[in-house]
Design a binder for this molecule. Structure first.
Ligand code: HEC
Length: 113
């Protein structure tokens, strides 16, 4: 980082802290909700898939396939194929590589049940 960037970062920091201080002083805008510890690991990992595949894995349109009706075995084998570059994809190969085989099994189980 060069000097002018550091000056900007410092100025932004000052601006942000003077903006945020009154909010915190009033006790507002602080999220104190407890983390939901009742979620299984499969549910926790699976929830992120729904951003694209839709609530419960049922997608809203043709662009992205539903994954709620594949069954655990099929879903798991598709994910493993993506992970090993045995199946063509625009996105899923990148995503699948982020999960261990054990996590993929948990995710598949989650969507099947
Ligand atoms: C950023 C959007 C996005 C996310 C997040 C995402 N997917 Fe996908 N998924 C896609 C797209 C797009 C395809 C179509 C294949 C491709 O081009 O990658 C796809 C295809 C699939 C398929 C193949 C379905 C079929 O019938 O051919 C499976 C299985 C799948 N995704 C599972 C998952 C799982 C499990 C997760 C969460 C770990 C996940 N996806 C997260 C976008 C996403």
């Amino acid at each position: 980082m060069n000097k002018s960037m550091r000056v900007w970062m410092y100025a932004l920091g000052l601006a942000a802290s003077s903006w945020a201080a009154p909010l915190l002083a009033e006790g507002a805008a602080v999220n104190t909700a407890p983390v939901d510890t009742t979620l299984t690991r499969g549910a926790m990992l699976g929830n992120t898939c729904m951003a694209c595949h839709g609530p419960g894995g049922e997608s809203a349109g043709e662009g992205i396939p539903s994954i709620n009706d594949l069954g655990a075995e099929r879903l798991e084998s598709l994910m493993l194929e993506y992970k090993r570059d045995e199946r063509m994809s625009t996105l899923m190969g990148r995503i699948a590589k982020g999960y261990s085989d054990a996590d993929i099994a948990l995710i598949a189980d989650y969507f099947a049940n």
